[in-house]
Structures are given as C-alpha cells and as structure tokens.
Design a protein around this ligand. Structure first.
Ligand code: NAD
Length: 390
C-alpha cells in the first residue's frame, strides 16, 4: 500500500432520526446561542408544521430569541450572504441557524465567512483560506442531498460574473447539524430526484478521486448501495419513511466522503451550468455524470469495474473494461428511472458558452481531484456529449 497521510474531517455532532428537530432549542441554548439569525427561504418559512415552524417552536420553548432571514435563493448569490450579514449586525444576533437544503446552509456559511474573514468572499475562494472561526452555526437539513450540513464547503454564485465558486475550509463545518427524515416526507418528486442524484454523484466522484482512501471508500460504497435501494422508492413514494431515512444516511456518508476525498469534473462542470443558467445543482450533476465518467474510465478501469458491481450489475466473466462500461450504463439507468432530463439542452445550455465554461471548470476547486487530467478541449467535448445526448 502506498504511503499516505491526510486530515480526516467529520461533522462534530449530527442529530439523526424522525423527530430529532424538537431538540434544536435545547441544543442552541447549550451552545450559548442567545439570538440566532434563522436563514431560510419564503417557501420553507410558510410550510405548515415544516422544518422552519418546528425549529421556531423548539427555540421558543427553550427561551431562545431569533430573527428570520427568508431571502435564500437557489444557487445562493453574494447578495444573499451580504443581506444576512447586514441583518446579523443590525439585529445584534450572535449566531446562525440554517434551515433548508444546500442553498440555505451555504448562505449561512457564506454570511459567517464574511462576518469574520473580510467582506470580499471572492478573494476567499479556494481551499483552507479562512483564518478566523465563523459565528456558531447549526444546520437543519431538509434535502437528501448536498451534505452541506456537515461539509467544509460553501458554494456561492457571483451574480455579476455568473461564476459559481467554492470556499473550502474546516472552519465552515457547522457545529451541530440535524437530519430529520420526517422533514423530507413532502419533498416533491423532482426535487427528491435532483437532490438524490447529487448524493449519488457525491458518492461516485470521491470513489474514483485521486484523493480517495480506505475510509472514504467504505463511505462511498455504503452510500451507493443505500441510494441504489432507496432513491427510486423515495421518488415513487415520497411518504416511505424507510426510503427517506436511507437517503439521509446515504447523503451523510457521501458528504463525509467528499469532505475528505474531494470530487471531480462532474462538480467542476456542474458549477458552470449552475452559475451560467441558474439550473438546479443536482440536475446539472446528473446530466454530466455518465459523460464525465465515460471520459474518466481509462484512468482507472478497475475502480469503475468495482463501481459496476457496487451498483448491482452482473460483471461475472467480463473483462475489466467491459465491467467498467457497465457502471456508465447503471448511472444512466438511475437518472432515467428517477426522471432526470436527458440533455443539458433542456436546462438552457448553449454550445457557444462551452469554451468559457470549460476554462472556468478547470479552475474550479473540484477539478484537481479528478482521476484523469483534461485539457480545455476535452472538457468542451464532454459538455458537447452531454448536449447531444438523446
Ligand atoms: P436547495 O437548497 O437549492 O433547495 C431547492 C428548493 O427546494 C428550494 O426552493 C427549497 O425551498 C425547496 N426545499 C428544500 N427543502 C424542502 C422540503 N423539505 N420540502 C419541500 N421543498 C423543499 O437545493 P439543494 O439541492 O439542497 O442545494 C443545492 C445547492 O447546494 C447548490 O447551490 C449546490 O451548489 C450546493 N451544494 C453545496 C454543497 C456543500 O457541501 N456546501 C454540496 C453540494 C451542493
């Protein structure tokens, strides 16, 4: 085995299971929170007995004051984190509670970053760029999902340049997170599919990443198996608590895996589609996945052959290369089964944008762990293949 050394990041505390949300008030109090900004969006704020309402009920019961920011946008923008910072300072808040999916968590993390590390977040893009701790942050997760409730990543979109960038730092990891699958029972089919495919990609990319290790491998394998046995069911029957629970376990495992083994070109390229066309992140990832991994196969066919087996394909008697190809077939099948569109055309992608998006994808923080090193022309070809897909 090759010599290696690495830091291994884990979430500090995650409360897991149906009903755990009722504990949030008491936990906030234990952390010394006196007045958190609750960062969410208008839709979640208005949901009867939803995650926001249950969070506020628990905070009130524990005697914790709060103020609400309900302006989170999908693919959160710099303006969102500046608005949260302003509200935090003007209201005398002392902490942050994010309620929602990746967009709410990243908005809260982004605001925390600029509250303590300087106002211009674009200068902090990259890996381990933060000198100062963020204000105390609790993440209440409502999608399965990005893993953002426990990762060191904050993904923000610059609304002027349409560039989505990542600030990656151990200081971004929420102090406490809540993953209550009962909060996900009413997630609509399309959102279940998109967020579930994001978790699927986040289990596959670290498995083939140049930074993988035996700990992240085991997390990826279990996450993929859980997704194989529960995502289709969660989409078909959203009220199946068992399927929702397995999807939350899967997204947490995938989050821990990519926190440590990083991602690859799927995410580097998906950030370009998300930034340019404001398209849902999970859909962007799912649309690119088979075309990026088809490109990657020659870098490590054995790992792709293993992936095929993990995904339940019968590889008996096949050559390594043929078995590896089956993993691509399984990825396409999963997307098709959960109703993801076929081509990036359907989210508004235009071939004239591919050159600039390819240049930017190669600079994205996720590109460096991809198993095959590509040129700009290679990335353009992958965008084109995902565009021509029928
Ligand atoms: P999201 O947070 O953008 O939410 C999408 C929509 O779903 C919103 O309109 C929201 O109101 C709604 N929603 C959320 N929970 C719901 C519920 N329980 N029921 C009904 N509707 C609900 O979606 P997401 O996929 O979780 O997050 C995507 C963002 O996260 C992207 O910007 C992506 O780049 C980022 N991301 C971050 C990380 C990280 O580690 N920081 C990792 C992957 C992706």
């Amino acid at each position: 085995m090759a010599e290696r050394s690495y830091d291994f990041l884990m979430p500090s505390v995650n409360f897991f299971g149906p009903g755990v949300i009722s504990k949030i008030g008491e936990r906030a109090k234990m952390l010394g929170m006196k007045k958190p900004v609750v960062v969410t969006d208008k839709f979640l704020e208005g949901l009867k007995d939803g995650a926001v309402e249950q969070t506020l009920t628990s905070l009130k019961a524990a005697g914790v004051d709060y103020i609400i920011y309900n302006g989170v946008e999908p693919n959160p923008k710099i303006r969102n984190i500046q608005e949260v910072k302003k509200l935090y300072e003007e209201s005398g808040a002392d902490s942050i509670i994010t309620v929602g999916g990746g967009s709410a968590h990243d908005t809260g993390k982004g605001a925390g970053i600029i509250l303590t590390n300087g106002d211009d977040i674009t200068k902090l893009a990259g890996i381990e760029t933060l000198d100062n701790a963020l204000p105390p942050l609790i993440a209440v997760n409502t999608t399965a999902g990005t893993g953002s409730e426990l990762t060191r990543h904050a993904v923000i979109t610059n609304e002027e340049t349409h560039l989505k960038f990542v600030v990656v730092s151990w200081r971004n990891i929420p102090l406490v997170s809540f993953n209550d699958p009962s909060l996900m029972l009413d997630v609509p089919k399309g959102l279940t599919a998109a967020t579930g495919m994001d978790a699927f990609v986040q289990a596959i990319e670290p498995y083939v990443s140049v930074d993988h290790n035996p700990i992240t491998d085991s997390q990826c394998i279990e996450a993929i198996k859980l997704i194989e046995t529960s995502l289709r069911e969660a989409v078909a029957n959203g009220h199946n608590l068992e399927a929702r629970t397995k999807m939350v376990e899967a997204e947490m495992l995938a989050g821990m895996a990519f926190n440590n083994a990083n991602l690859g070109y799927v995410h580097a390229m998906a950030h370009q589609l998300g930034g340019q066309y404001d398209a849902p992140h999970g859909v962007c990832c799912a649309l690119l996945l088979p075309y990026v991994e088809q490109y990657n196969i020659i870098a490590d066919p054995e790992r792709f052959a293993e992936l095929a087996e993990i995904m339940g394909e019968n590889t008996e008697g096949l050559s390594t290369r043929d078995a590896a190809e089956l993993s691509i077939k399984a990825m396409k099948q999963m997307s098709q089964d959960v109703g993801i569109p076929k081509s990036i055309k359907e989210i508004g992608a235009k071939p004239e944008d591919f050159e600039l998006m390819a240049e930017n994808a190669l600079k994205d923080g996720n590109a460096f762990s991809n198993p095959r090193k590509g040129t700009k022309e290679d990335i353009i070809k992958i965008f084109q293949a995902a565009y021509d897909a029928e």
